[in-house]
Structure formats: structure tokens, C-alpha cells
Design a protein around this ligand. Structure first.
Ligand code: G
Ligand code: G
Ligand code: NA
Ligand code: MN
Length: 256
């Protein structure tokens, strides 16, 4: 596979890096965290998004060394921002975890080791996992998530609303935040089903004592509607695209 070799080379040459997108408090616009998103700075093809390499990484198992490298990068970065006083005390970075990464036996131990090596307070890190990964085997996911939770990490359920989830299972999991999938935010007020789904997730979060983060907010009107519904946090192009670390730090410096 041409792409496998290419990806392996790209990983070895440090072409895969993280971009950071702010997660903001919708009431005051303050940056409470950031989602770390992988990007491949390809020498010929330019900036390749995850859709251009994640499937190959998963199929070939390259996601394991890649994921480990990205966790180290995110850990070092969030530790530096805290140490340099660039972020507020509770600021955290969210790291995406895919199916294959999550289901390796060594996953929680390796993640915790990487955080310790970077001297990162586990409270500065959230893992983003989809409902699909959890529901793949809820019984086996629970001890893994509980272990991470006990170590102090936060758990965000990504793309919420697109998968299956039994309310009962969600209730049993140590979930800290639900991330409303951007497809629903995009259709807010444009179709009734999406609007009601967003409202339902926000209400559910409240009832379960879980934060709700709306993804893909592009307009001030969407942000306003989400606030009206009681949604507390959001991310999207309205504030910023995923940015290289230095640009993200510059954005923080410009905060009121
Ligand atoms: O940035 P973009 O919208 O293209 O990301 C698409 C998807 O790629 C995200 O929803 C996320 O699930 C996945 N992704 C991005 N970065 C990472 C990463 O570092 N690790 C894993 N496993 N998935 C990622
Ligand atoms: O799958 P996951 O939700 O983790 O990935 C989020 C993806 O959404 C990222 O790839 C990011 O680049 C993208 N994204 C972030 N903000 C916006 C936005 O406001 N609009 C759109 N269309 N995409 C966004
Ligand atoms: Na994500
Ligand atoms: Mn998401």
C-alpha cells in the first residue's frame, strides 16, 4: 500500500502534528479548553486532514505509534501552557481516541504513563471518545474509562446524537461532557428534528449533571440559540479553526 509507506515515513519525519481549536464558555467567550486535532503537513500534498489518513492508520495499526506520539505532543503542550501561565487553571486539552487505540489492552496504562512523563496534571486532559466506541462493548469499556476517570482525566463523548446510546448506559459511565455533533448544530432552526435533538441533548446533560459542548458553531445566531437552550460550551469557526500551537497561544494572549 503506497499510503501506508508514505504515512509511516510522515510519522517518522514528524510531519504529523496537532492543531488546537478553542472550546469556549458561550456566556462570556472565555477559552476553557481546546480540542487537539491531527494534521499531516505533507511535503507535496499540503495540509492533509484526518479524513486523508486516519482510516489507513487504523487499518495498518499505525494509529498506535501515531496516537502515542500525538498524546506526548498534546501533553507537553498543555503542560507548557500551564507552566507559562498562558491558560486559566482549569484549562484542558481534549484528545481524540479511535476504536483501535482504545481497545488495545495497554491503552490506559500507556496514556497515564505519557501524562506522567510530561508532568501533566491528569485534570488538564480530556479524552474524546464516540458512542460507537463505547457501545462496541460497554461492559469492557467501563473498567477502562473508570480507571482513567479515577486517575483524574475527563471523559467527553464525541459526535453525540449520531450513534446509539442507551440512556441507562450513559448514566452508568463516568461521562463529564457530551459533544453535540456539528451536523445538528448546522441544521439548528433549519429543521425541526435537529433543533429538537439539540434541545433534548442539552436538557439531558443538565439532568445527568454532565456538561454539554456544541460543535461546529459558525454563526452568532447559532451560539445565541444554544445559550437560550441552556448550552454552556461550544466550539467552531465562529471563534477559530483548529490552529497550530503558536497561533493558538497568540489567540489566548489576545483574550480579554
Ligand atoms: O479535524 P477534522 O474535522 O478533520 O477531524 C475529523 C476527525 O478526525 C475528528 O472527528 C476526530 O475524531 C478525528 N481525529 C482528529 N484528530 C485525531 C487524533 O489525534 N486521533 C484520533 N484517533 N482521531 C483524530
Ligand atoms: O469528529 P470530531 O467532532 O472530533 O471533529 C471535529 C471536526 O470538525 C474537526 O475536524 C474540525 O476541523 C471540524 N470543525 C471544527 N469547527 C467547525 C465548524 O465550525 N464548522 C465545520 N464545518 N467544521 C468544523
Ligand atoms: Na473529537
Ligand atoms: Mn466531535
Amino acid at each position: 500500500l503506497r499510503t501506508e509507506t508514505e504515512l509511516r515515513t510522515g510519522i517518522e519525519r514528524g510531519q504529523l502534528r496537532l492543531a488546537y481549536q478553542p472550546i469556549v464558555d458561550l456566556r462570556d467567550g472565555g477559552v476553557v479548553g481546546s480540542e487537539a486535532l491531527a494534521r499531516w503537513g505533507h511535503p507535496e500534498r499540503g495540509l492533509v486532514p484526518p479524513s486523508g489518513f486516519l482510516a489507513v492508520a487504523e487499518e495498518t495499526g499505525l494509529i498506535i505509534p501515531l496516537g502515542r506520539m500525538l498524546v506526548q505532543e498534546a501533553a507537553a503542550q498543555v503542560a507548557a501552557w500551564h507552566r507559562e501561565g498562558r491558560v486559566r487553571p482549569g484549562f484542558r486539552v481534549s484528545i481524540n481516541v479511535s476504536n483501535r487505540e482504545f481497545w488495545q489492552g495497554a491503552y490506559p496504562a500507556r496514556l497515564l504513563e505519557a501524562l506522567e512523563a510530561a508532568q501533566v496534571d491528569p485534570g488538564w486532559v480530556a479524552i474524546e471518545i464516540t458512542e460507537t466506541v463505547i457501545m462496541h462493548s460497554a461492559e469492557q469499556a467501563l473498567p477502562v474509562l473508570s480507571r482513567l476517570k479515577q486517575a483524574g482525566l475527563r471523559l467527553h463523548v464525541d459526535d453525540f446524537g449520531t450513534g446509539y446510546s442507551s440512556l441507562e448506559t450513559l448514566h452508568r459511565f463516568p461521562v463529564d461532557a457530551l459533544k453535540i455533533d456539528r451536523s445538528f448544530v448546522a441544521r439548528l432552526d433549519l429543521d425541526e428534528r435537529s433543533t429538537e435533538l439539540v434541545r433534548t441533548i442539552v436538557t439531558m446533560g443538565r439532568n445527568l449533571g454532565v456538561e454539554v459542548i456544541a460543535e461546529g458553531i459558525e454563526t452568532a445566531r447559532q451560539a445565541e440559540r444554544l445559550v437560550e437552550m441552556g448550552c454552556e460550551y461550544g466550539q467552531g469557526y465562529l471563534w477559530a479553526q483548529p490552529l497550530p500551537a503558536a497561533e493558538f497561544a497568540a489567540l489566548l494572549a489576545g483574550e480579554p
